[in-house]
Design a binder for this molecule. Structure first.
Ligand code: NDP
Ligand code: GDR
Length: 325
């Protein structure tokens, strides 16, 4: 049985990837960071807590990563763990550097010291393009990160490339554009909006406070994107791939879709609050996934409309339960 270790298994992508690998017959191990509260709600939502094996560890503790690899003896390691919220990275830049940046060095070293034949996936990001240097961003577009998060991710990306070139490791970097789902963290804008829509529709809230709604993002569905991660590690040679839909939409239009779905006009509820502005903004992102389509045979399956309505439905159900509890 093929074995895989996922760091960040309790996050959005970790949960979907664990589910996918289980469906493919893998034995799935996950790194579990010690927290004072339960972080297993996503694995619970997908009904797979009992099917995965969790090993305690932290991205900042190399010894715990070595131990996790020794216990799990994986053929594939997916490094999804990160301080992943861009806004927080200005308030905690050093933590972000330690976890999101140096954490990649720790896991790559853990692999190199134990079994360098392990295939490695690094969760890179469109935030590395930041202040975009080309209208459509591909694997050859120059990077220009705009947040401490983007800077930390850029280090992780280049280190992955470097370990591939230095030690001949099967290390791939997926440059993923924004991807969302009902399991998205509540602080990210799509989920904040779909949760807000559900609360307003059910009379629990009266308004939704947002920052820069003119920002544009290339949004896809997380369930589609984890397939690309797996595909990258099934290739004979490691490489870097942009994963995106090739369509960009403003936060404003995304709000419009969400509110209209429940018969409301976003203009009646959305309030602009400068508290949510960022010190430096990424105004627009638009990915070119041609390489992934041609080499991996991957393509996005879910439209933005399908994604947002799926998320609103899930939040309506959650808020209804909360109200009736
Ligand atoms: P989440 O924020 O939902 O999940 C992050 C995961 O990292 C959680 O499991 C979290 O654990 C774990 N983690 C955080 N700090 C540590 C630490 N010190 N040690 C061990 N684990 C830690 O992110 P997503 O699932 O959305 O994203 C997955 C990865 O992909 C991230 O690296 C993200 O930066 C990257 N990415 C995401 C994109 C997106 O649109 N979603 C796009 C491009 C890249 P805990 O639950 O305990 O906090
Ligand atoms: P992003 O996602 O920063 O792209 O990073 P987020 O959903 O946080 O922001 C997207 C855009 O929406 C604007 N915005 C708001 N954002 C939030 N969170 N809250 C608001 O109230 C709000 N109002 C407007 C933001 O300014 C921004 O322009 C995500 C993360 O998952 C990263 O880990 C990942 O690498 C990238 O996507 C690709």
């Amino acid at each position: 049985m093929k074995k895989a270790l996922i760091t960040g298994i309790t996050g959005q992508d970790g949960a979907y990837l664990a589910n996918l690998l289980l469906e493919k017959g893998y034995k799935v191990y996950g790194l579990l960071a010690r927290r004072s509260t339960n972080t297993l709600w996503r694995l619970d939502y997908l009904g797979i807590i009992k099917d995965v094996e969790l090993i305690e560890g932290d991205m900042t503790d190399l010894s715990s990563l070595i131990r996790a690899i020794k216990i799990s003896q994986p053929k594939e390691v997916y490094n999804l763990a990160a301080q992943s919220f861009v806004g927080t990275s200005w308030d905690q830049p050093l933590l972000t550097a330690q976890v999101t940046g140096l954490g990649v060095a720790n896991i790559l070293e853990a692999i190199r010291l134990t079994d360098p034949s392990i295939r490695f996936y690094q969760a890179s990001t469109s935030e590395m393009f930041g202040l975009i240097q080309e209208e459509k961003q591909s694997e050859t577009t120059p990077f220009y990160p705009r947040s401490p998060y983007g800077v930390a991710k850029l280090y992780g990306h280049w280190l992955t490339v470097n370990y591939r070139e230095s030690f001949n490791m099967h290390a791939s970097s997926g440059i993923l554009f924004n991807h969302e789902s009902p399991l998205r963290g509540i602080e990210f804008v799509t989920r904040k909006v779909t949760d807000g829509v559900a609360r307003i529709k059910l009379g629990v809230e009266k308004e939704l406070r947002l920052g820069n709604i003119d920002a544009k993002r290339d949004w896809g569905f997380a369930g589609d994107y984890v397939e690309a991660m797996w595909l990258m590690l099934q290739q004979e040679t490691p490489d870097d791939y942009v994963i995106a839909t090739g369509r960009t939409t403003t936060v404003r239009d995304m709000c419009k879709i969400a509110f209209e779905y429940v018969g409301l006009n976003y203009e009646d509820y959305v309030v602009i609050d400068p508290k949510f502005y960022r010190p430096a903004e990424v105004d627009v992102l638009l990915g070119n996934p041609t390489k992934a389509m041609q080499k991996l045979g991957w393509k996005p399956k879910t439209t933005l409309e399908e994604l947002i309505t799926m998320m609103v439905d899930a939040d309506l159900e959650r808020v209804r339960k909360e109200v009736n509890a």
